[in-house]
Design a protein around this ligand. Structure first.
Ligand SMILES: [Cu+2]
Length: 156
């Protein structure tokens, strides 16, 4: 009886190790997670919100290819800064073993056409669509816009 038990354990061990060995080659799977997500109501533009977050990828390359929110009627898009102008872009590369920061004065997620009742404290879900990782849902609550950092306030 004892020998049969040992053999069963060895066979199970091989089954588990097999797939892990295959995924370790050149086409590594991405391992994407979201950190420090923050949603703000735009202080300047009526009905607009901005989301900042950090995309951490511990695996192979991926791309952010779409997004949506649970806010009725609103649209979400990825904005990049070209000088002082915001430009809507369709996708963003997420390199392997890297972190992409969406932060004030840089690339960010813009939510437009929000209904009137969207205010500080309003809770919603932002869904990011990645080419390889699929959908990642991020629960968010609108906060007050943070004052800009000192170097942006005191231009001379
Ligand atoms: Cu924008």
């Amino acid at each position: 009886m004892r020998h049969i038990f040992v053999r069963t354990v060895v066979v199970l061990g091989l089954i588990v190790i097999g797939p892990l060995g295959i995924s370790g080659c050149d086409n590594e799977r991405p391992r994407v997670s979201i950190e420090n997500a923050r949603a703000e109501i735009s202080p300047d533009l009526y009905g607009e919100g901005i989301v900042y977050l950090k995309i951490v990828n511990l695996g192979g390359k991926d791309a952010l290819v779409g997004m949506k929110t649970t806010i009725p009627g609103a649209t979400a898009g990825l904005h990049e800064m070209k000088g002082d102008f915001m430009v809507l872009v369709k996708s963003m590369k997420i390199p392997g073993k890297n972190t992409v920061d969406l932060m004030p004065m840089g690339s960010h997620i813009m939510i437009e056409n929000m209904p009137k009742e969207t205010h500080v404290g309003y809770a919603f879900t932002l869904t990011l669509l990645f080419a390889r990782s699929g959908e990642i849902q991020i629960p968010l609550t609108f906060a007050k816009a943070q004052p800009m950092s000192p170097e942006h306030q005191h231009h001379e």
